[in-house]
Design a protein around this ligand. Structure first.
Ligand SMILES: Nc1ncnc2c1ncn2[C@@H]1O[C@H](COP(=O)(O)OP(=O)(O)OP(=O)(O)O)[C@@H](O)[C@H]1O
Length: 640
């Protein structure tokens, strides 16, 4: 693939360069549809800053900050600007942590206040228990309260604070959420902190800004307001591509800011572009032009037609066979064997069927049925806190151990084991310590082995007892609770009737801890290869020659998304209607945006397979929606 930086300049790139070169720096918003080259413009802008201001920035020891959604995107962008040290590319969490880290005593005060706040919330909850609150909930709340109080006493003993995936205050670890909370609070409340940011980083760019939280957007805007003329803030995004609930969506331009748009789509072939424009017709009506082109041998630029097709097939146990048939059919039609058995990008939102096929049915059920919404959301991209110890350490460490990758195993241990942290001077000799950790890693790999009977609880206890990782205190709290009693007859009902999410969390955690730990392998495969939310492969900003989107609500109607409602196969619920009346969004808007992101990844061919209970009704609804040309919508009959 050719490098983004080598692409020709568009009028938007020229307009953007004017914002960067003006004596009075001007902040801006670049809003444009999929494949319009926003990331390309961002890379070009970084390179323009290096050319225009590189020397001056170096002299003043200043840098340009570029905030991306994933580590992978950060790496890609930094490579594209020749790994220039003037450019600091990172995720928002590490950027914010870099800013607050030097202010250790302020962080300490902030952490103490945060714990006080949590204690206050818990005390309030305890004081207002309803009659149905279960004893287990009460016990857990008391344990959490005691833990917070203990943490508060130990905060002064923490030598220095660091940042990890989940917070563990007595160990001096601030998790993702806390880092953002702390940094945005500092930025909101302290003019000096804002000046410091602007002085260190006179240019701050945010890619995928539609999924950046409101708090971060506001805080950065405050920096821009305070340092007007000397600071340039740029947001690059597309509200239609917001796929996380926490994202800010459309970002408004402030007075004096430039709003830069891009009309063209450079990625999708004309057939796919037509679908993309049709999807947006029901939303902000933005229509993109051009589409991907190629140069003929005699230098003529011609549009790529590509293909865009949709299949409606029965939602039964033959899903896998149908997919294979569709692939073979497209291979024949397109004279392209890759469609039969080569690499195509499959995108599917996890549902019960997919989970069962990939061998993580119980894990899916634990995190989705009778689970808090934060678990359901966090299951889509593996960010839910109960999953973290597995995704960050247990799985990669077990793989490294199984494959004899000593060096990788050691790096993981150095990264995660509190026994190897700088603060912890070992009581036993280093060689003994390392041998113990290696032994613990081998045992972990054995417990994670497919076919092993070890449960998630067993593995977490093993990791806790051997010091392989500092577990999230919320996980620890459940481990300490012991094995739960077998469910009482009215347990489920009580769980539903109890107010708030706490009982839901408790029952979800009971099921989660009882799952086989080896189910995580199938889940990992899903997250890394099939999920449109995959942060590993980074579907955001990614593009693939051949894309197959599976639209399947499965057996469970997902909390956030419903293809059946989006395509108009299923009626909106009373709750949806109420939300609409109140101006809130429903599954329909969310599904539309996700569908848009998925479809617009295609550079050549797009195939959408919708699995429906009633194929006839679904076909009628799909045709009425008019997203695909009538002669490109097929049912089982076409497959022969
Ligand atoms: N000016 C250009 N001329 C030709 N091709 C371009 C140009 N700008 C970008 N492209 C190509 O278009 C594709 C999409 O670019 P890019 O990923 O920057 O878009 P994006 O707007 O960030 O995408 P999305 O929002 O959909 O993730 C890439 O293949 C890129 O190389």
């Amino acid at each position: 693939m050719s490098r983004r930086i080598d692409k020709p300049d568009t009028p938007a790139d020229i307009e953007l360069r004017e914002c960067l070169s003006a004596a009075e720096r001007r902040s801006f918003i670049m809003v444009a549809g999929a494949g319009s080259g926003k990331t390309t413009s961002l890379i070009k802008a970084l390179s323009a800053i290096i050319d225009l201001h590189g020397e001056e920035l170096k002299r003043r020891r200043q840098r340009v900050a570029c905030i991306t959604y994933t580590e992978i995107a950060a790496e890609e962008i930094w490579t594209d600007v020749g790994n220039n040290p003037i450019v600091h590319v990172s995720t928002i969490h590490s950027f914010m942590w870099m800013l607050v880290r030097p202010f250790q005593s302020d962080v300490r005060k902030w952490v103490a206040a945060r714990i006080q706040e949590k204690i206050g919330e818990l005390e309030e909850k305890i004081a207002t228990y309803g009659p149905r609150v279960q004893q287990r909930t009460k016990d857990k709340d008391q344990r959490d309260l005691a833990r917070y109080q203990q943490s508060l006493e130990r905060i002064d003993l923490v030598k220095s604070f660091t940042y990890g995936t989940g917070s563990d205050y007595p160990k001096g670890i601030l998790g993702h959420d806390d880092v953002l909370r702390c940094a945005t609070q500092f930025l909101d409340q302290r003019p000096l902190f804002r000046s410091l940011l602007a002085q260190q980083f006179p240019f701050v760019f945010v890619d995928e800004s539609q999924d950046t939280t409101e708090g971060v957007v506001t805080a950065l805007k405050e920096v821009a307001a305070q340092s007007q003329g000397k600071f340039c803030l740029g947001f690059f995004g597309d509200p239609m591509q917001r796929i996380y609930m926490t994202g800010a969506g459309p970002i408004g331009a402030e007075d004096g800011w430039a709003t830069i748009t891009k009309e063209e789509n450079f990625r999708c072939p004309t057939t796919v572009l037509a679908v993309a424009n049709a999807i947006r017709r029901d939303d902000d009506k933005l229509e993109q032009t051009r589409g991907r082109t190629i140069k003929t041998p005699d230098g003529e630029e011609i549009p790529v037609a590509g293909t865009a097709r949709m299949f409606i097939l029965p939602a039964d146990e033959r899903r896998d066979q149908y997919i294979a048939k569709v692939r073979a059919w497209v291979a024949d039609q397109n004279c392209d064997e890759t469609w039969r058995d080569g690499f195509i990008k499959l995108l599917v939102i996890v549902h019960r069927m997919a989970a069962r096929r990939l061998g993580f049915d119980d894990l899916y059920v634990a995190m989705n049925s009778k689970a808090p919404s934060s678990f359901k959301d966090g299951f889509l991209d593996a960010t839910a806190w109960p999953l973290r110890a597995f995704m960050s350490l247990a799985l990669p460490l077990a793989s490294a151990t199984n494959e004899g990758r000593e060096f990788d195993a050691m790096s993981l241990l150095r990264m995660f084991s509190p026994k190897l942290s700088k603060e912890n001077t070992p009581k036993i000799g280093i060689p003994t310590l390392l041998a113990d950790l290696r032994h613990a890693a081998a045992k972990l790999a054995e417990m994670m082995q497919p076919g092993s009977k070890a449960t998630i609880r067993d593995v977490l206890e093993h990791m806790r007892d051997t010091g392989l990782i500092a577990l999230d205190p919320r996980v620890l709290s459940y481990l300490e609770g012991g094995v739960p009693p077998p469910p009482q007859q009215d347990d489920n009902q009580a769980a539903q009737e109890d107010d708030e999410d706490a009982p839901l969390e408790m029952s979800a955690m009971d099921s989660f801890l009882a799952c086989k730990a080896s189910e995580f392998w199938g889940y990992k495969e899903y997250v890394e290869e099939l999920s449109p939310f995959s942060t590993q492969q980074g579907i955001k900003g990614a593009e693939f020659d051949r894309v197959l989107v599976i639209a399947d609500d499965g057996e469970s109607s997902h909390f956030q998304f419903s293809y059946d409602k989006y395509f108009g196969i299923k009626e909106l619920s009373d709750n949806d209607k109420k939300n609409l009346d109140e101006g809130k969004e429903t599954q329909v808007e969310r599904t539309r945006r996700l569908f848009y992101v998925c479809c617009t990844r295609a550079m050549d061919d797009l195939v959408v397979v919708l699995f429906a209970d009633d194929v006839g009704a679904a076909e009628q609804a799909v045709r009425a929606k008019n997203l695909f040309p009538a002669d490109q919508i097929f049912t089982e009959a076409a497959l022969g």
